[in-house]
Design a protein. Structure first.
Length: 191
């Protein structure tokens, strides 16, 4: 991808959402989803740039505009985006995961909502935990219960240890080894 540099237009670009959000979509952790409807909503909420290199793009002139952009595009705060994100992960895993967000599909957390009181977020495939009324959040929940591969080199739980003493034994990944039987001599009667 070629990056186009236009230094005199830096401010105009910093105060608007770029066109790539509509071209390639939003995403994270190896999945992407379409954001056209969210960009249309942001054009109504934040208005658009009238001219210049960002003409027609949603404005980010204030901190509230930026907060609305984040809240609109994030699966944790926009139920429709959450369903799209889970659907994108479903394509990757071959299993339907959209049921984790369909009950919150119509929920949209706006800036005024969180200004009034804290809100519970929506489950998102960019996290491995589950936001649910019946389950306390814990990392790895969706990996275990939804059979989503771990985001590691092997797809399993792994932890790389770069300690020289472990590497001297030929191991860098933690592995299970049965305990070594270390009795010395004959076993006594305990006396």
């Amino acid at each position: 991808m070629t990056v186009e540099r236009d230094y005199p237009a830096t401010y105009e670009r910093f105060t608007s959402i770029g066109p790539l959000m509509e071209k390639i979509g939003n995403g994270g952790k190896g999945i992407t989803w379409n954001t056209q409807s969210e960009m249309d909503l942001l054009r109504k909420l934040n208005y658009t740039k009238a001219d210049g290199p960002a003409k027609g793009q949603p404005m980010l002139n204030t901190a509230i505009d930026a907060a609305e952009m984040i809240l609109t595009l994030a699966p944790e705060t926009n139920g429709q985006v959450a369903v799209k994100a889970w659907a994108a992960l479903s394509e990757f895993t071959g299993r339907d995961h959209t049921h984790l967000a369909t009950n919150k599909e119509e929920e949209k957390i706006r800036f005024r909502d969180i200004q009034a009181q804290p809100r519970k977020i929506i489950s998102s495939p960019t996290w491995s935990g589950l936001e649910d009324e019946h389950v306390s959040y814990n990392a790895g929940y969706t990996n275990v219960h939804e059979l989503i591969p771990w985001r590691t080199l092997s797809g399993r739980q792994q932890l790389y240890q770069d300690h020289q003493w472990m590497r001297d034994f030929g191991e860098s990944l933690l592995v299970y080894r049965p305990p070594i039987d270390t009795p010395l001599g004959e076993s006594g009667d305990g006396a």
